[in-house]
Design a protein. Structure first.
Length: 207
């Protein structure tokens, strides 16, 4: 049985790090899934998103302002998601299926009322500049398993993740993993992320 793993990137788009991440994914022929922050979708960054889409990457919703949604009134949370969708949909031509709550912060009310498939994932603390390249790689490889969703960040200052990405792809492939988008991961695992059962459910690994 082939082992599958999905590399996902949060907190873009930006014009500094996101294009470098895309360069590496392109060079290695590896797909990625990107969770976008609505307020960062601007005239300047839209070409970067168009490139993600052209490369076959998945696009997901990561809120509008990257706040702590578990502390917001539900109406505000829904409004954030809607505003981000209004920017994503003209680019992708479809409603997003996947939502990653910022900081993995969510509550019962969100699971009930937010009509998305919730994605968390295996983190390697790559938002923290004090975490070295070696520590990030070690964390990713020690957690990796079939069906895993790996959480990375194309944050505007994240040169360290750019510097390790090619090596991570090679190490995962050497361990027998095939890199897939979230859409393909769910499809191959026989889970329909649009189904009522998957909406409002949280996935770190798709078993
Ligand atoms: Zn984030």
């Amino acid at each position: 049985m082939e082992k599958l793993i999905a590399l996902t990137f949060d907190d873009g788009p930006n014009v500094k790090i996101t294009p470098q991440v895309l360069d590496i994914l392109e060079e290695y022929g590896a797909p990625g899934s990107f969770f976008l922050v609505g307020e960062q979708i601007t005239e300047e960054t839209i070409p970067v998103i168009r490139r993600e889409i052209a490369m076959g990457c998945d696009i997901g919703n990561h809120s509008y302002t990257h706040g702590h949604m578990n502390e917001m009134p539900i109406g505000e949370t829904l409004d954030e998601l809607r505003r981000t969708e209004e920017k994503i949909k003209p680019l992708t031509g479809k409603d997003s299926i996947f939502f990653r709550p910022p900081f993995f912060d969510y509550n019962e009310e969100m699971l009930e009322k937010v009509d998305f498939c919730f994605i968390t994932g295996q983190a390697c603390e790559d938002w923290d500049e004090s975490v070295t390249k070696e520590q990030r790689i070690e964390k990713i490889m020690s957690q990796a398993c079939d069906g895993a969703i790996v959480l990375l960040h194309d944050l505007h200052y994240n040169d360290i993740t750019v510097s390790m990405l090619g090596e991570v792809i090679t190490l995962l492939r050497n361990d027998g993993y095939r890199l897939v988008t979230l859409t393909e991961l769910f499809e191959k695992k026989g889970v329909d992320p649009k189904s009522a059962a998957a909406r409002g459910k949280v996935y770190e690994v798709v078993a």
